[in-house]
Design a protein around this ligand. Sequence first.
Ligand SMILES: Nc1nc2c(c(=O)[nH]1)N[C@H]1C(S)=C(S)[C@@H](COP(=O)(O)O)O[C@H]1N2
Ligand SMILES: [Mo]
Length: 284
Amino acid sequence: MIDRRTFLAGSFALAACGPARDEVAKTIPSIDLRAPRNQKYTLDRPLTDEITAASYNNFYEFTSNKDVWRHVDKFVVDPWRVEVSGLVANPRTYSLDEILRMPREERLYRHRCVETWALAIPWLGFPLSRLLLAASPLASAKFVRFLSVQAPSQMPAMAARPWEQWPYYEGLRIEEAMHDLTFVSIGMFGHALPKQHGAPLRIVVPWKYGYKSPKSVVKIELVAEQPHTFWSDLAPQEYPFESNVNPTMPHPRWSQLTERLLGTMDVRRTKMFNGYEEVRALYR
Ligand SMILES: Nc1nc2c(c(=O)[nH]1)N[C@H]1C(S)=C(S)[C@@H](COP(=O)(O)O)O[C@H]1N2
Ligand SMILES: [Mo]
């Protein structure tokens, strides 16, 4: 089981600075994926510095520390396939090329990790609803289950801890998955995703804690029952299925009232739904 002291202590480690910045910069792909910005989504804070974001990640398949970028060189993210299946009329497997050729947009989103650090990122991609609607969900489909890739020979921590419940798995209610905010990200800051951010494609659910945004996804499955999730199976009291950002609901071991903007000393009040009030109707 993942050492939870590491999980907490790691959240206050320093992001890369000085010479390490040049090393982190080498992990940022040059593949240009620029796209028009969707003006609907605005921020109340500056964008996070790109190198800072790429140097401080959670990706437990590689390490339970934040320096994921040091451990990703063997990770192969092209070719890639992602399957949309389960309770659908039209199951389909997409190649990475097909995903990269889809119309895309840029969205500025806030990100809030349950550990209290926060980012502001210009993501590139498209709404998840596009893939779900193309599959024609059956009326019996009530939840969406995501699977991240299982590649122990390329993922050091997965290889070192074979007894853990790999691959990483997450889930949403279908109404949450269909919401326009729920995004498939294939890039950030104008180019393809760095491996440590979940290349070549990851889900982004900005009103929920970060662990609800699975990385390096290979399967999107429509199911009838609420699926298990990686963190809920480890510690259900700490990481419940819903996990909306909520400052009034403290984590059992720390407060959720404030957040720290990564790369600065700035501490902000955390907002309900991470400020994404438009999702409130989903929870009545
Ligand atoms: N497959 C996988 N997805 C994952 C994780 C992980 O460990 N494995 N960590 C989650 C957590 S806890 C957070 S906060 C975000 C971090 O995303 P970022 O590193 O791109 O900022 O990814 C989420 N997705
Ligand atoms: Mo997180």
